[in-house]
Every structure is written in C-alpha cells, then in structure tokens.
Write a protein that binds this ligand. Structure first.
Ligand SMILES: [Ca+2]
Length: 283
C-alpha cells in the first residue's frame, strides 16, 4: 500500500476550511473493548466451564475515515494511529474529536500493521517501552490473561500481527451503513473490538461458542503458561474446531483468523474486511 502522509492534527481538525465540510457536526471517535479488559469473561460465556481474566490487552487502531458514499471522496480523514492498553484504563477511550459534515458518510478504519504504528499515540497505562517491545517483535496486538476452571489455572499470552482495513461499516446503533453525524451535536463513532473472537471454536459465524479448553490443553510442557509457540504446535484437526472452509493448520492461525473480524463499528456493526500489507516486515 502507499505510505501515508502524516498530517498534523491541527490540520485534520481544521475541517471548517474545507468547503466540503460545514463543520456543523462533531464526531467523537473512540475505542472500546466493551469493558472486557477489566471484567473478564465469566464461565457462563464458555461452553467448557472455563472463565478468563485479563492482565493486559494492547490494541491498535487508526486511520479513521469518513467518506462520501456516492463518490468515495474522503470528507474527514484522521491519519493517525493509536495503541491502547484496555486493562486498568478507561473504556471506551477517546481517540479524537473532529468537525464533520452532517451528511451521511461511509466509515472506515484500520487495525494498522506494525510499520504504521511506529509513531502511534499511546493510550491507557501503556508505556513507550511496552509499545516498542511489541513492535520490535513484529506484533501489533497482544492479550495476556488467565483461564481458570475448578481450581486449575493456565496463563496465556497471545501476540498477533494484525493488519486489517475495515470498510463500509454497518452502524451497530441503528443498523444503517455508515454514520450520519447530527448537526450542531456530537455523534459517537466507536471502534468496538470483540475480544470474544479470541476464544471462538468456529469460524464463519458471529454466533460461535467460546471455548478455552483447547488453549489450556496446548500447555505441552505443563508449566502453566501457553504462548505463541505452544498454540502453533496444536493441529486444528486434533481439537475439532470448525474452520468454515478456510485452510487453517494450527490453533494460533485459527485465533489470528478469528481476530481479523473482531473490529466492529458502534457495537455490533460489521465491516467489509481487507488486508493491509505491512511494509518491510515479513509475517
Ligand atoms: Ca507451557
């Protein structure tokens, strides 16, 4: 993909100078993991009796765009990326507030690949060193936590290198396509990340059940911790997960694929997905 120009935020905010933008509406972009960072996922949500709590959830987001549905012309483009810690932090967290045209716009945004996160703004209790370490390892996203069931527990750390463009998003608030910012008012545009996808046991449906036993069972050396290597060592054919016709070999690949569709708009709104290739990094 083409390298984006980094436009100072002051210019992004100066929508009133653009004749296409009346500046009459205000759009507040925010990021949410639906409080799962602090609440965890209870056993009732899982088919196999496990419950999950989180110690760290670092999410990437950026390149927030409102465009004309007819011409695809970009009305408001925030050429900025963020990395956010969603545990022990505010949820939802505000990304940016902009002036906007009150006409209905198409909505797109990214889970940016690693090379687009070099200058990412950090949100929540995320330190520059933590963000840099993640990027140095080639990852954009990491979840750390603990699964518990009947007195036993397994810690996990799942790092991912997401690079996904969400386009033509449905609005989870009213089921329409895109966003119609209210004139003389503030309208919320929320990137809502469904972390439940981490524990899906089925692809190709948003109604997948949640399971943790396969992740717990990936602890081959029985040290109470499961990371990327042990997830990669689990053959998907051995655990009965439904891949929805996709060619997926390992549990790690299954989780990475499930998370590609985790970004939604204003709650449950689905988006059209496209890959964003990272420059100069092999994945
Ligand atoms: Ca282990």
């Amino acid at each position: 993909m083409t390298k984006r120009l980094w436009i100072p935020l002051a210019l992004v905010m100066a929508g009133c100078d653009d004749p296409e933008i009346d500046g009459d509406a205000v759009v507040r972009w925010e990021l949410s993991a639906e409080n799962i960072g602090d609440d965890g996922l209870p056993a009732e949500d899982f088919v196999d009796g496990w419950a999950v709590t989180f110690d760290s959830i670092i999410l990437p987001v950026g390149f927030l765009t409102l465009s004309d549905p007819e011409t695809d012309e970009r009305r408001n483009e925030v050429n900025q990326a963020w990395m956010a810690q969603m545990v022990n932090s505010t949820d939802p967290v505000e990304l940016v507030t902009i002036n906007a045209n009150s006409s209905r716009s198409d909505v797109s945004f990214e889970a940016p690949p690693v090379d687009e996160l070099e200058d990412a703004s950090l949100l929540g209790v995320l330190t520059p060193a933590e963000a840099q370490e993640l990027r140095d390892d080639g990852f954009t996203f990491v979840v750390e936590g603990t699964g518990t069931k009947e007195g036993s527990s397994v810690d996990f750390r799942i790092p991912l290198a997401l690079g996904v463009l969400m386009e033509a998003c449905e609005n989870g608030v009213d089921g329409t396509i895109g966003l119609a910012p209210e004139s003389a008012s503030t309208t919320t545009a929320q990137v809502t990340v469904h972390l439940e996808h981490l524990f899906w046991n089925q692809l190709g449906t948003e109604e997948a059940a949640l399971a943790f036993q396969a992740i717990a069972g990936a602890d081959a050396d029985e040290d109470g911790f499961v990371g990327k290597a042990e997830l990669e060592a689990v053959n998907i054919a051995d655990i009965g997960y439904e891949t929805g016709g996709l060619e997926i070999d390992t549990l790690y690949d299954f989780i990475a694929t499930a998370m590609r569709s985790a970004y939604h708009f204003n709650g449950d709104g689905a988006c059209r997905l496209d890959g964003v290739e990272s420059e100069g990094h092999a994945h």
